[in-house]
Design a protein around this ligand. Structure first.
Ligand code: IPT
Length: 948
């Protein structure tokens, strides 16, 4: 069989013109389910004649549709970011081209034969040849796009046979080089749709909103004779060809996704339609919807599920949308392909601004300096245009879509220009986005990825060379790479978006880690990434860079983002509380405000905070509520919660919060100093016992301990390892992971033990001088650590603090300080002062690729206790950062999967004075200057005690 169609750059053949995706009252039959399947190593090896009923598939296996065959035991997933996993020789592909043969029989009654019908495939990766009842329907490419085939005359009453041959690689693979798993098969739904004669083949309903008058205008392009009814707007059987003018409608926005329900009908077919009135415009260099600048609090969403890959069931789409709404996200870029249609329905219903992105990326040509890139090659023009048409036609009825995106990382070229021209002509109502058009020659918004804060500032000020860059709305289609611990620096991006009206926000890279669920040989679950399936070419854990862990648990990065994206800001005002409304449209009437007063983290009073109407962009200052007197450090926390339930969260869901200090901590008086005892077994100072030869603490309150000892290292994060040179690289070159501690002096005084050390890496001459000064009173042991750098330090420090290991039984932690989650200097807006409890196990954040994590900031005190009530208390003077975990930093540094971490017989505490920030250098800018940790003179003071 000639493989020519596989390597043909053209889009395929035999399919119908693209049209909107919709449901109607016409009959339809889902063909999803269990199909017969066989995987062959190549097209040549694939069985012939599968389209014939007599073909014997009894030796085949079953495979669900929709699904990827690699996730059902046939072949293996493979991950590459940019590089093509095959030689670049377009349009040719490997002859070792895994080919899946599919067969499915379904039964129809005779009614199906009375009218035309189409067969719709919502997504096949990457190329398929299709037969129905022995007759070839055609060939389709464009993995994340639908194709439909006319099948009416081929249908039979009784049994029908659908046969499909799917190739993993095709010419189209050159256009589908997105940063994701290579996964093949019929991975979206297959449906048989009756198309009644005189029915509604296609429709485009546009609903504009005039924000100056409140008028709505509906225009419908559809078959002649169709009628539109919208009972809510008192519209009944209106001739669809005539525009409808409505004097007063409620507009649609991501904040208030008002949808009107109606029906488009002919005598033969009725189509439920949902109407959201909104008008997108670009004025004064700003992208506006309904006359209002919008601020994109966005994320990039790939479709991913740890078991199903990109074959995401509807529940997953619902989970994503609800999680986004609950975390104050208001926008999605469908990176880097049109999503399953169900997702866009949900965006309309729940309210999310959408950049719908075409299924097009040729990033692998970058390595070749873009030589041979299809984007500028006429033989690919049809394929480019076909993809844009199929996206726009499929998705045109969604009010949530406010921008069309031509694709991602395909460099630039005439084919992209043609796509833009076509789309602008077809749909003047939506501006065009494509980041790869760096000159903005054929796009309507200036879009960048990973621009540094400084550069965004310059763009905001208009300090740019290209005049287009100064006049167009600006957005970051990708920023703040959420790989591993982090991202850091979100607050400073938000400040830029708020300072410069043309800087309209951006989309975090990315929504979810694409880990695939696997098991170790001994049966423990873990999430796999590039290389875990034996791929010879892969990009490791670069696919693990989301705000959600693969199982959709929010990562600390998402918790931080929710705080950054808060649409209401509650802060201290000179004489009370300031509430600022950062919504684009809505007043705050949908929220109720409550306060809690906490002394030492214990609630002492609560109340409601009446907030008058505050319009978007406005703020109000309110006096403090009347508060009772308290003992100890006291904070007032104000929460804005949903006053009534919505479809994405119940009443009481917290949207925003703010905290005001009310009373500072009081310092307890010190009792008389305790003497240093020279006991036969060693030195004793209060509850501490010390080794006389090293001056090191050996036990505390009778419990064996290791340390405390100066520690500068952290298990490097993905962000530490990013950039050139990477921060991690300079740290390692400076030997910070293998410091040596020389004791230069042990001084025994009456009531003090002083241990002087010089801490330095092998082979190098710079050092930190670290003096440990121990004193005690009756119940407490006090350590003051004084640090002073010596010589020329070549780098920043990962962390600055002490490592102390205590027995494993101390597995429960209570603390008063920042929490509940982890925080670092440039990612700590979500840390709230309070009293928290957690097990040591739960203080560890389960990053798929293990790395530094779990730091709690601003800890006033922490107590570690055993199940039988024994307890260590550590208090800061005034605060410290706390990490507690069951393995060492070295273990954490060496692990590559969560299953590599095994509890030791100790709990390892890090009691830190400071941390280096996180930044986002795994892809993008590093740590901002104010969050970089430089060696300098410093002191840390801690008080240990054994509470009774
Ligand atoms: C950018 C890609 O657009 C995105 O798909 C993803 O790969 C991201 O990087 C990194 O995770 S492109 C890069 C050259 C900035």
């Amino acid at each position: 069989m000639s493989p020519s169609y596989v390597e043909d750059p053209s889009p395929g053949h035999g399919s119908l013109s693209p049209r909107a995706h919709f449901r109607s009252d016409a009959r339809s039959l889902s063909l999803n389910g269990d199909w017969r399947f066989q995987l062959s190593p190549s097209l040549a090896a694939a069985p012939e004649g599968i389209e014939h009923p007599e073909f014997d598939d009894s030796a085949w296996t079953g495979l669900p549709v929709p699904a990827h065959w690699q996730l059902h035991g046939h072949g293996k997933p493979a991950y590459t970011n940019v590089v093509y996993p095959f030689p670049v020789d377009p349009p040719r592909v490997p002859s070792d081209n895994p080919t899946g043969s599919y067969r499915h029989t379904f039964t129809l009654d005779a009614d199906w034969l009375t009218q035309p019908a189409v067969l719709r495939f919502d997504g096949i990766d990457s190329c398929a040849r299709i037969w129905l009842n022995g007759t070839e329907l055609g060939v389709t490419k464009g993995s994340r796009l639908p194709s439909e085939f006319e099948v009416g005359p081929l249908l039979r009453a009784g049994e029908n046979l659908l046969a499909v041959r799917v190739h993993q690689w095709s010419a189209a693979s050159y256009l589908e080089d997105q940063d994701m798993w290579w996964l093949s098969g019929i991975f979206r739904s297959v449906t048989l749709l009756a198309r009644p004669t005189g029915g509604i083949g296609d429709y485009w309903l546009r609903a504009d909103y005039d924000h100056t008058t409140g008028r709505g205008t509906i225009t419908v392009d559809t078959v002649p004779g169709a009628r539109l009814s919208i009972p809510e707007l008192d519209l009944h059987d209106h001739p669809a060809a005539q525009p409808v003018e409505l004097p007063a409608v409620e507009p649609w926005s991501a904040e208030q996704p008002r949808l009107y329900h109606g029906e488009l009908a002919t005598d033969a077919e009725r189509v439920p339609v949902r109407i959201g009135f909104r008008t997108v415009s670009i004025e004064d260099g700003q992208l506006k919807v309904n006359g209002q600048r919008v601020f994109f609090r966005g994320v990039n969403r790939h479709e991913h599920d740890p078991r199903h890959g990109r074959a995401v069931p509807r529940e997953i789409a619902v989970a994503d949308v609800e999680l986004m709404k609950r975390h104050n996200i208001n926008a999605v870029r469908t990176s880097h392909y049109p999503p399953d249609p169900a997702f866009l329905d949900l965006c309309d219903e729940y309210g999310l601004w959408v950049i719908d992105e075409c299924d097009l990326e040729t990033h692998g040509f970058e390595r070749l300096d873009w030589a041979g890139n299809p984007s500028d090659d006429p033989q690919w023009t049809d394929a480019y245009l076909d993809r844009m048409r199929r996206m726009v036609e499929r998705d045109k009825n969604h009010p949530s879509i406010v921008l069309w995106s031509l694709g991602n990382e395909g460099h630039t070229g005439a084919n992209f220009r043609r796509m833009a021209e076509w789309a602008r002509d077809r749909d003047p109502g939506r501006p065009i986005h494509y980041e790869g058009d760096h000159d903005c020659a054929y796009v309507d918004v200036y879009s960048r990825m990973y621009a540094s804060h400084q550069e965004v500032e310059q763009i905001g000020r208009g300090e740019v060379d290209n005049p287009r860059h100064a006049e167009l709305p600006f957005l970051l289609c990708e920023y703040a790479h959420a790989m591993g611990t982090g991202p850091g620096g979100l607050l400073e991006y938000r400040e830029l978006f708020e300072r410069h009206p043309r800087c309209q926000g951006g989309f975090i890279w990315e929504w979810i880690d694409h880990g695939l669920l696997q098991r170790t040989p001994d049966g423990r679950e873990y999430y796999a990434y590039g290389g875990d399936f034996g791929e010879s070419v892969h990009d490791g854990n670069f696919v693990i860079d989301g705000l959600l862990f693969p199982d959709r648990t929010p990562s600390p990065g998402l918790i931080e983002l929710a705080k950054i994206y808060e649409p209401v800001r509650i802060t201290a005002a000179p004489n009370g509380i300031r509430v600022h409304n950062h919504h684009d449209y809505r007043p705050l009437d949908h929220l109720s405000f409550h306060w809690t007063l906490e002394a030492e983290g214990i609630p002492v009073a609560t109340g409601d905070l009446p907030v008058p109407t505050v319009h978007s962009g406005q703020s109000v200052d309110l006096p403090l509520p009347e508060l009772p007197a308290t003992d100890g450090e006291t904070w007032l926390t104000i929460r804005a919660v949903l006053a009534t339930g919505t479809r994405w969260a119940p009443a009481g869901h917290q949207v925003a919060w703010g905290q005001l200090p009310i009373a500072p901590a009081t310092t307890p008086a010190r009792t008389g100093a305790t003497r240093l005892l020279h006991a036969p077994a060693g030195l004793r100072l209060g509850i501490g016992a010390f080794d006389p030869t090293t001056g090191g603490l050996v036990s505390l309150g009778g419990h064996q301990v290791t340390g405390p000892r100066l520690d500068l290292w952290r298990a490097t994060t993905d962000n530490d390892r990013g950039g050139h040179p990477s921060e991690a690289g300079t740290w390692r070159a400076a030997g910070l992971h293998r410091l040596q501690h020389r004791i230069s002096e042990i001084h025994l005084a009456d009531t003090e033990l002083l241990v002087r050390t010089r801490v330095a890496p092998p082979g190098l001459s710079f050092a930190l001088l670290a003096d440990y000064r121990w004193t005690a009173d009756q119940d407490t042991l006090r350590l003051r650590l004084d640090l002073e750098p010596e010589g020329e330090w070549p780098c920043t420090l990962p962390r600055l603090g002490l490592h102390l290991a205590i027995p494993a039984e101390f597995g429960q932690v209570e603390w008063f300080g920042g929490g509940p989650g982890e925080a670092y200097p440039d990612s700590r807006q979500s840390a709230r002062i309070g009293r928290y409890t957690a097990s040591v196990d739960d203080l560890h954040t389960p990053y798929v690729f293990p790395q530094e994590n779990g730091n709690r900031v601003d800890v006033r005190w922490a107590e570690l206790s055993t199940v039988d009530g024994q307890c260590f208390r550590i208090a800061g003077v005034p605060t410290f950062d706390l990490t507690a975990r069951r393995w060492t930093t070295a273990d954490l540094d060496a692990a590559t999967h969560a299953t590599d971490l095994h509890p030791t017989d100790q709990v390892h505490l890090h009691l830190d004075l400071a941390h280096h920030g996180l930044g986002t250098a795994s892809c993008g800018p590093g740590v901002l200057p104010q969050y970089r940790l430089h060696p300098g003179k410093a002191a840390l003071e801690l008080v240990f005690s054994i509470p009774r």
